[in-house]
Design a protein around this ligand. Sequence first.
Ligand SMILES: *Cc1c(COP(=O)(O)O)cnc(C)c1O
Length: 457
Amino acid sequence: MDDREAALRRAADLGLAYLASLDERHVGPRADAAQVRDRLGGPLPTDGTDPVTVVEELATAVDPGLVASAGPRYFGFVIGGALPAAAAADWLTGAWQQNAALHALSPAAAAAEEVAGGWMLDLLGLPRDASVGLPTGAGLGNAVGIAAARHAILAKAGWDVEARGLYGAPEITVIIGEEAHATVLTALQYLGLGRERVVRIPTDEQGRMRAEAATEAIAAATGPLIAVLQAGNVNTGAFDPAAAVADAVARHPNAWIHVDGAFGLWAAASPARRHLVAGVEDADSWSTDAHKWLNAGYDCGFVAIRDPEAHRAAMAATAAYLMRSELRENWEYVFDSSRRARGFALYAAIRSLGRAGVEALVERCCDLAARMADRLREADGVAVLNDVVLNQVLVRFGDDDERTRAVIGRVQDEGVAWLGGTTWKGRAAMRISVSNWSTTEADADASVDSILRAARA
Ligand SMILES: *Cc1c(COP(=O)(O)O)cnc(C)c1O
């Protein structure tokens, strides 16, 4: 065995051992970054180390700082694991080391993105002739969608924003909900639209944009307009009123709707939940994640744009040496140029589940969230704060924030499950997000048991 084979085989064994430990492992970290730094750190080595030793020492040093977020009882943030086929394809992607920017660099990577991208449009009920890109995540997908919006509405107003920038450009009104995700604000900040120069629409008790206020704001906007909707609130799972906003935008002469559907857009893949995204199909651009609910493994976002020309105009380079081909070039649809070939794992994830499997995955997670909410609601002094319409549950213990935070801390310490805290309507809450492919009813029940033990302690 040469060095390369020895190192990769050792990595495969260590990776498999880790994955096998997910069921039993303390779910949260056992060490903080400072402790892991002490285990990893030291001065820059002068001499090299053989690859097998590097792999072994790395795995040993970081182990206590690893979070079992790929496992079945991690309910923090909104996190996906990796389906077996996706994890395996990701390992191959590492071995293949393709540069996914161009056909000239890897026809294989180009084809995988094209095929998987088309399947994503089908799964999510989006127009089949929309253009697609695979950014690192939905956050940058938001930036791509808003960049295409900025291009299209300013072009319509007679302004070439890519060439001339925003100096002297017609002003754009940007409408977002009070509950817009942080990455919508960073997208506005990157694109010169200003994260504070926005019209913030008040939200209701579930975090949904109020339809009437949105309609009024859209009617009042005289110049070019971008409305950013959220499909799936990170706390409640609620959806902005897309149909009402689409109606109002249809009466505006120069407007664009972008949908941040990082996880909630997956409701479209389930006939039982599809009503939640009604109206979303009338938008102009959509951003979601394959690494969250689809469980395609990190990193894999997805963005689709109804008008492919606006997409390319906003994102593509114009360097003369890059002769424009008839081919779809991956890098013309995202911010990155050279990058890993995310399309292989995405392809593998969808191929392994099929349409029926994706539908079942979404349904199962929603059912498990409802099951956990039902048991928690029945317990004394425990309140479920949101309408559990999707995979998110907000829980509060007793009446003071301290108690809720203490329960969260005790659950994290016990390590059977990991749940995080959030602030909802100014008060502390525990947030449960069920989005892992491997979570079973037994996992949900064991996790609720742990929560109730912590609540009684
Ligand atoms: C997670 C999330 C994002 C950001 O996605 P990344 O994958 O972290 O880039 C944006 N919007 C919502 C609603 C999210 O849940």
